[in-house]
Every structure is written in C-alpha cells, then in structure tokens.
Design a protein around this ligand. Structure first.
Ligand SMILES: CC(C)(COP(=O)(O)OP(=O)(O)OC[C@H]1O[C@@H](n2cnc3c(N)ncnc32)[C@H](O)[C@@H]1OP(=O)(O)O)[C@@H](O)C(=O)NCCC(=O)NCCS
Length: 179
C-alpha cells in the first residue's frame, strides 16, 4: 500500500495552530520507528518493527496518527479500540522527538478531540509506567484521572513493571477542553 492508496476510511487531518495530526502512511513508518527507537523514548514505549507499524495502519479499530509541527513530523500517536462497543478507546502509544515545548500536550488534546468529538467515545484511557514522571504529569495536568495500578502488567526484559491506569470521560473532556 502506498500513500496514494489512502481511501475514504482514512481520517482527515486534525489541526490546531501549528500542530497537525495526519494519518500515518507506510512511507512515514521509518520515521515512526526512528522516534520510537530514540534513546529518550525507547525506555518508555513498546518497540514495534516497521512492519508492525505498517500492519497497524490498516487494522480495524486503530488510528495511527503522525504528529507534525509546522509541517515537520515530530512524533506519532496510536489509538486502539476505536470500535469498542463500550466506547472505551486506548491511547496505546505516543512519542515525540522535541520534548518539553508543549507539543505533547497539544498532541494529546488533538487525539482526545478525535476520540470524543469525532469518534464519539465515552472513555479515553492509557497505561503509564510509574517512573515516567514527564508523561504522568502531562496526563494529570490535562485532567486524566488515576484509576489505579495494574500491578506488574508489562514485561521488561526479565522483570515485570507496574503501570498507572488513567482515564478521561467524555463529560470530563467537555467540561475542560474545547478544540
Ligand atoms: C510524554 C511526551 C509525549 C510528552 O510530550 P512533551 O512535548 O515532552 O510534553 P509537554 O512539553 O507538552 O509538557 C506537558 C507537561 O508534561 C510535564 N513535563 C514536561 N516536561 C517534564 C519534565 N522534564 N519532567 C516532568 N514533567 C514534565 C509538565 O506537566 C508539562 O506541563 P506544563 O508545561 O504545563 O508544566 C514526550 O515527552 C515523550 O515522547 N516521551 C517519551 C515517550 C513517552 O513517555 N510516551 C508516553 C508513554 S505513556
């Protein structure tokens, strides 16, 4: 599949100021993997091969977004279970190359807009490692609520690590955020 094959199921880009989420194409996957493998990101996000990212692009229930700032790719975000009958979407992964400039905050807000305003979901949730303070702070400041700890739920090499489970409900999103 090439970007020329994008069809009517490809979601249109979402823009806010200089930031855009646009559907990731197969041609973007080397960049996505580069971001994922970056030493600042790799400890915090699951590692997929380029082929795994390409396969995810057309998997039902997945939104694979490339994050662009002033038309330059700066990261990606993956949503899963967009077809969940309970309206619960998983923010599976986000990674950005230029950190601490507010790009992560805007990208998560755009993804939340997609989930709540476009897809009409009821709950957006995610897992974040207990030691990933930057990501944890970002989600908490955006209004995600901590549900609890999924104990030793992720295998890392020869050990298991615990994850915070955080979520935002549609009414919480609407009370706080407006795109
Ligand atoms: C997590 C990530 C997406 C956040 O993006 P970012 O652009 O760096 O974050 P922002 O600049 O938008 O900052 C948003 C909030 O994060 C927190 N934050 C930012 N830098 C921080 C730091 N060095 N330490 C702790 N908290 C920090 C702050 O609360 C900040 O809000 P504020 O500016 O209102 O204080 C990005 O850092 C990243 O790609 N990290 C590696 C991969 C990862 O951890 N993914 C998430 C897995 S759950």
């Amino acid at each position: 599949m090439s970007s020329a094959d994008t069809d009517s199921t490809t979601p249109p880009p979402i823009r806010r100021g200089a930031m855009t989420l646009r559907a990731t194409t197969p041609e973007d996957c080397p960049f996505v993997v580069e971001v994922e493998r970056h030493p600042d990101n790799a400890p915090h996000v699951e590692q997929w091969s380029e082929a795994e990212h390409r396969a995810a692009l057309s998997r039902p229930g997945v939104r694979h977004w490339l994050i662009e700032h002033r038309d330059t790719p700066i990261g990606y975000v993956v949503l899963e279970d967009t077809d969940d009958p309970n309206g619960s979407i998983l923010l599976r992964r986000i990674a950005i190359i230029s950190k601490g400039r507010g790009h992560g905050r805007t990208a998560v807000l755009l993804a939340a807009h997609d989930c709540f305003d476009v897809l009409g979901c009821h709950r957006l949730w995610l897992n974040v490692a207990r030691n990933n303070r930057r990501a944890f702070n970002l989600y908490r400041r955006l209004g995600f609520v901590e549900e609890g700890i999924a104990r030793e739920s992720v295998r890392k090499g020869d050990r298991f690590i615990s994850m915070h489970v955080l979520s935002m409900l549609d009414r919480e999103y609407r009370a706080t955020h407006q795109l």
